[in-house]
Design a protein around this ligand. Structure first.
Ligand code: GLY
Length: 391
């Protein structure tokens, strides 16, 4: 468990170190282009190796997003060509309705198609991302006022929101900006207000998921899916909360989102182990042999780098330092090394870990994850250049 004092003695990454780490990350993305041109890396690696898969998971956008980040860093045409080529795959996926009956339209379409449009003005990318926004809108539940994450719409067993969905909201804010139709933005704000109201607990930790009553829309209670237990702090959920509140503030500068950001971030930092690489769930800390989830550190760092833009200078400086400490720790302990037998970037991430109190199976435990690689690279791009946010 960290105190403010122990945390603040940890070194921050320098801009030069961030630049070197970014070059190293981009070298791996370059290595991967030919294998994952017509295909996508799996959500997580197996023995540190991603294999080729179809565009049918919630994670595919993170590969295209890595290509865009690499393009922004290098301006090499090969990255741009590969990323633009994949737009068609995302379009087909929506048209053929391949695993799109869930809320993860933002994770899929923001770093792929919205990024493509923002960076190149590609019209098919714009149209595809707008289709994805419309698809997401279909999952809004008036009773309870939230986007139902998974399952058949209106299934009482699945009548819940999940904290991860905060990162699906930028697709809707973008859609309102593009179409001048405020319905996307208004619906996103209704969801965010509901989420923040119920998912953040009294002690500033967060639930992974929160159920509502199908008939009345009344709040029922929090539960976990991927965390260790219902009342524990799933590290990645807490990190989605950090980045999600920063993004909420970006689009709607209401001080309540700064307050949520402060609470969720403080709780996250307090629960880090000494080496600052989060355990997959904060039921575990120094001395535990449970695996880590490095991706949570990367997501949290991106959220802090985003929020630092909006805070008063003194607080912004502190938050920036916190993000740099997390990135130093990830670079020191988790960045792949030349000669490692891996095609991933960030080691020691955990997709899902089973416990006696959750219902998930072990998947991608202590492996690379596509979003871990993406958010680590995004954080380094944020630190080393002026970056126009995809989210
Ligand atoms: N959004 C799914 C996850 O974080 O595993």
């Amino acid at each position: 468990m960290q105190t403010k004092e122990t945390f603040e003695t940890y070194e921050a990454i320098t801009i030069e170190e961030a630049g070197n780490a970014l070059n190293h990350a981009v070298a791996q993305i370059r290595n991967n282009i030919s294998e994952f041109y017509d295909s996508f890396p799996t959500a997580s690696s197996r023995n540190q190796i991603y294999s080729a898969s179809e565009n049918n998971d919630w994670t595919n956008g993170f590969w295209t997003g890595q290509l865009w980040l690499a393009y922004e860093h290098t301006k090499e045409a090969a990255f741009k060509e590969a990323a633009l080529y994949q737009v068609q795959s995302f379009r087909n996926r929506l048209i053929k309705r391949i695993v799109v009956d869930h809320h993860d339209m933002g994770f899929l379409y923001t770093p792929s198609c919205v990024a493509a449009y923002k960076l190149t003005g590609d019209r098919p990318a714009r149209e595809t991302a707008l289709m994805a926004a419309d698809n997401l809108m279909g999952r809004f539940q008036d009773k309870g006022e939230f986007f139902q994450a998974w399952g058949r719409l209106g299934d009482p067993e699945e009548y819940r929101l999940i904290i991860d969905c905060l990162l699906n909201m930028p697709l809707l804010f973008w859609a309102s900006e593009e179409t001048k139709d405020s319905k996307y933005r208004e619906t996103a704000l209704r969801h965010i207000r509901t989420c923040m109201k119920y998912i953040v607990r009294e002690d500033s930790s967060t639930y992974h998921t929160y159920y509502f009553d199908l008939e009345t829309g009344n709040p029922v209670g929090g539960a976990t899916a991927q965390g260790h237990r219902d009342g524990s702090i799933w590290a990645r959920g807490q990190a989605w909360g950090i980045y999600g509140s920063a993004i909420a503030y970006k689009y709607c500068p209401d001080p309540m989102y700064i307050e949520s950001f402060r609470k969720i971030t403080t709780c996250f930092l307090e629960h880090l182990p000494g080496d600052l690489v989060p355990y997959w769930d904060f039921d575990f800390t120094d001395g535990s042999i449970e695996p880590r989830d490095s991706s949570s550190g990367a997501i949290a760092a991106c959220g802090m780098l985003e929020m630092a833009k909006y805070l008063e200078p003194e607080e912004a400086k502190d938050i920036l330092q916190h993000a740099k400490r997390l990135l130093k720790a990830l670079t020191r302990h988790c960045l792949y090394r030349s000669g490692d037998n891996t095609n991933g970037i960030l080691l020691h991430s955990t997709y899902a870990k089973s416990s006696p109190y959750n219902s998930v199976k072990d998947s991608g435990v202590d492996e690379c994850t596509l979003w871990g690689d993406y958010f680590y690279t995004e954080a380094l791009v944020r630190l080393t250049q002026k970056w126009k946010v995809y989210w």
